[in-house]
Design a protein around this ligand. Structure first.
Ligand SMILES: [Zn+2]
Length: 288
């Protein structure tokens, strides 16, 4: 496993660079003391909670002020990717009443939530190939001295984030997502590379479907090559090969099942990718 970015304080100013904070990365279910899939994406003056698996809301509260979450994006209806959004809804009802948070999810997921019809959440059904813009919202950090890092971090002039989706090769409707700044970020008007997230998928999906210019691909790799075909997931070998084919800059593997040997998974992924890879770990912050 190679981690080429030093950890930095979560909750750093979202407006000054793209940050990806791993809240949880266990595949299919949380391992001992772990959390399932969930990430914070902070850039362009906005904070997006990308997947909300069990254990990730607890981690989110350590990484940032949950009141600063501008949108929740859920990849699919398997509970290891969304169930903590209901805990978040309970928290919002008490902490920030009267201000619904947009939740973007594929068809069918909303009806599984206890808060499907509750105005605390503002559900949006997302189809593959759809585009969504998330723009900075007025600041309303949680009152009180116990606010977590990240308060007051949104940049008013930031251009938000643009999201584009595509369907993956999984059971229920599942969305991979490309995330990029809503406005050029360089002094010369250049744009930063995009962040790609595979969600859960089998080998029938390819990262190149997210388009060119993926600087960091967060890609699932659930098991090792000897288990390929057991489910609609990827092995380390498959994830590495697909990422190489797509020409992504960096590869961060996630959704490793707790019973999978991380060293064996990394070995086959590095060989297939042809370069060093990173494996997601809870609390890690990656710049993209
Ligand atoms: Zn999963």
């Amino acid at each position: 496993m190679a981690v080429d970015e030093p950890a930095e304080p979560a909750g750093a100013r979202p407006g000054c660079g793209g940050l990806l904070t791993v809240l949880g990365c266990d595949g299919s279910y949380p391992g001992p003391g772990g959390a399932a899939s969930g990430y914070l994406v902070q850039a362009g003056g906005v904070t997006i909670w990308l997947d909300a698996g069990p254990g990730t809301f607890a981690a989110l509260q350590l990484a940032a002020d949950p009141a600063l979450v501008d949108a929740v994006v859920l990849s699919h209806e398997h509970p290891d990717h969304w169930s903590d959004v209901d805990s978040f809804a309970v928290w919002r009802r008490e902490a920030v009443p009267g201000r619904p948070v947009p939740v973007y999810a594929p068809p069918g997921l909303r009806r599984r939530s206890y808060f499907a019809e509750d105005p605390v959440l503002e559900w949006h059904e997302v189809e593959p190939s759809q585009r969504v813009a998330v723009r900075p919202r007025p600041l309303q950090p949680t009152p009180g001295p116990a606010s977590a890092p990240g308060g007051g971090a949104a940049a008013e002039s930031a251009g938000g984030l643009r999201l584009s989706f595509c369907a993956t090769d999984h059971g229920p409707p599942t969305l991979a997502v490309r995330i990029e700044l809503g406005a050029p970020s360089g002094v010369d008007g250049s744009t930063r590379p995009a962040l790609g997230y595979s969600a859960d998928t089998g080998p029938g999906w390819a990262p190149m479907e997210l388009g060119p210019g993926i600087g960091l691909l967060l890609c699932e790799a659930t098991y090792t090559g000897d288990r390929e075909g057991e489910g609609r997931h990827l092995s380390g070998r498959q994830a590495g090969a697909l990422a190489a084919e797509a020409g992504v800059g960096r590869l961060v593997l996630t959704h490793r099942r707790p019973t999978t040997d991380p060293a064996a998974l990394a070995r086959e992924a590095v060989e297939a990718f042809g370069a060093a890879i990173e494996q997601a770990a809870a609390g890690q912050v990656h710049r993209w």
